[in-house]
Design a protein. Structure first.
Length: 548
């Protein structure tokens, strides 16, 4: 062992110790890669950056109970990898992480990290803490049974719910303690490998049976002035507020001071805004404490109200579109507000969640026959950082095969997607078609059945068709998907668009390889680009314009 002899000059000795410590610290930092982060792009979209490179999360969320069984998960990993996933979303349950207060068991988490690494997969951790789908079903028994220390939320009828209160500091501090322990352990075992990319804080936060809590503490805060941070946001960002939120404020006179009812008016909308503020503050304190330990990107997810129910009839006050302003102000340490899709209005809600610079990520979507096709629109049109069908390990063989085909295609297209001049994605059915101005052309995408060539063309309902177009140059594109027809219109006056060449091909290690020229029957002699229904097709297309 080498020793440093202490100089007679004490000052010099301290300098040597400082320099030695500084060099050791920098050496350690040089060996540890930068943590995963979210990076804003010039078009206001976002990318997930992992070890310095863009990462497209081709994900799947396991069922709520799947991750509680190590043996079951052990059998699942190879199947998940075979479906071309690169990311798995897995719950961590507070009740199993801290079965006794202050005593933590990380065995399930360690097994998940090990299983993911063995199969070259990444993880997104879902923290099932104080709330899961509104309810407090995953909190430890020692929390559930101690109603004095950990009080339940109270509705307007004075009934206690199986929902812990968002207004009690003991609940918050207990959740923070467990979450910090979780993040400390992830940092300890995974900082170098970065198997864990992100963390979701709680799951589908929302209040039920009423729009807000009615405990004494909640009622007191409801009568207090609206928090100054929110009033400042209202007044300084009046022109850029979410229109649904602005409408409630403006309808009541756009007041700049007062309590919740004075500013926003009496009613369910105001009750929900109030509850949203305190749900968001609670979630932010969890995220903030976790990031102080290990700074990974963090999100919250929303159960959507697509049936137009009243607040209290759905999980109210979560990170819903009409409450995004409140969540953004109250929860600055939450990086993204994310929708969970269990309804047919995919494009409607996607349009709402990309507003206001919100990083877009889909942590949960119903796994049905349309899911794999929707991924093209998610990645191409909405620039989603990730896509994740729910209960992915339990999908039918047909749906799993469709997802695997889509993910394989997206995996191959990833180098082009991240280095292109732009992209767009499309989701079409019997009643819709979409247009996109790209370069010197306007591309129109319709369903393959509009040609009338398929036997399914006569069906009353058509399965979704979809695809992604990646711009390589002003007149050159990669077009990938299933069940679409693409036609081009020249944007140059007096010019008509034509197909210069259309090639079927594949991508191998980031390089395009042409397999067949498609300038004949497959393009209907130059009329369109066709990606047939029920086939996963990739074509490289060059257009040109000629005088009419």
């Amino acid at each position: 062992m080498t020793y440093i002899e202490q100089p007679k000059n004490e000052w010099m000795y301290k300098v040597i110790l400082f320099l030695a410590g500084f060099l050791c610290m920098n050496a350690a930092m040089a060996q540890s890669p930068a943590l995963p982060r979210i990076e804003r792009q010039h078009d206001n979209s976002h990318r997930l950056i992992v070890k310095g490179k863009p990462f497209l999360s081709l994900g799947g969320e396991v069922g709520n109970s799947t991750a509680s069984d190590t043996a079951y998960m052990h059998a699942m990993w190879p199947r998940l990898k075979s479906m071309n996933l690169n990311t798995v979303l897995v719950p961590v349950y507070w009740e199993l992480l801290e079965p006794q207060e202050g005593k933590f068991d990380f065995s399930l988490l360690d097994n998940m990290i090990a299983g993911a690494r063995k199969n070259e997969l990444r993880l997104v951790i879902l923290w099932f803490g104080t709330w899961k789908n509104s309810m407090s079903c995953y909190v430890p028994a020692w929390v559930k049974k101690d109603e004095q220390r950990f009080p339940r939320a109270i509705n307007g009828a004075g009934k206690h719910q199986e929902i812990l209160s968002a207004f009690d500091p003991h609940i918050l501090q207990a959740d923070i303690k467990a979450f910090k322990a979780l993040m400390q352990h992830i940092k300890k075992v995974d900082a170098r490998q970065q198997t864990v990319l992100m963390v979701q804080v709680e799951n589908e936060i929302g209040f039920l049976t009423d729009a807000r809590e009615h405990s004494a503490k909640a009622n007191q805060l409801f009568a207090d002035p609206v928090p100054a941070e929110l009033m400042t946001h209202l007044t300084q960002n009046k022109s850029s507020l979410m229109p649904e939120f602005a409408a409630v404020w403006e309808k009541n006179g756009a007041k700049t001071k007062g309590n919740w009812e004075e500013v926003f008016g009496a009613g369910l909308a105001t009750d929900e805004m109030f509850q949203a503020w305190y749900y968001a503050r609670f979630a932010n304190e969890i995220a903030k404490a976790g990031k102080q330990v290990y700074r990974l990107p963090m999100l919250v997810n929303a159960a959507l109200n697509y049936r137009n129910n009243k607040p209290g009839e759905y999980p109210s006050a979560g990170p819903l579109p009409h409450l995004m302003d409140i969540w953004k102000v109250a929860a600055p340490d939450i990086d993204m507000l994310s929708p969970d899709y269990y309804n047919p209005r995919f494009t409607h809600y996607s349009d709402l969640y990309v507003r206001g610079g919100n990083p877009f990520y889909i942590p949960e979507i119903n796994f049905d026959s349309s899911t794999a096709i929707k991924a093209f629109a998610a990645f191409g049109k909405y620039k989603s950082m990730g896509f994740s069908p729910f209960a992915v390990e339990s999908g039918s063989a047909a749906n799993s095969a469709m997802l695997s085909n889509t993910y394989e295609m997206m995996k191959n297209l990833e180098p082009f997607l991240f280095n292109s001049q732009g992209s767009d994605g499309f989701l079409v059915d019997k009643t819709s078609k979409q247009t996109s101005p790209i370069g010197n052309y306007e591309l129109t995408v319709a369903h393959d059945n509009t040609l009338g060539w398929n036997r399914e063309s006569k069906d009353s309902v058509w399965a979704f068709g979809g695809g992604i177009i990646i711009v390589l140059a002003e007149d050159e594109f990669l077009i990938a998907g299933n069940g679409i027809v693409v036609t081009a219109t020249s944007l140059q006056p007096g010019k008509t668009a034509g197909i210069l060449q259309a090639d079927q091909g594949k991508v191998v290690k980031g390089n395009w390889i042409t397999t067949r020229r498609f300038n004949g029957d497959q393009t209907h002699q130059g009329r369109h680009i066709r990606l047939p229904l029920n086939q996963w097709t990739l074509q490289r297309v060059k257009l040109y314009s000629y005088t009419q």
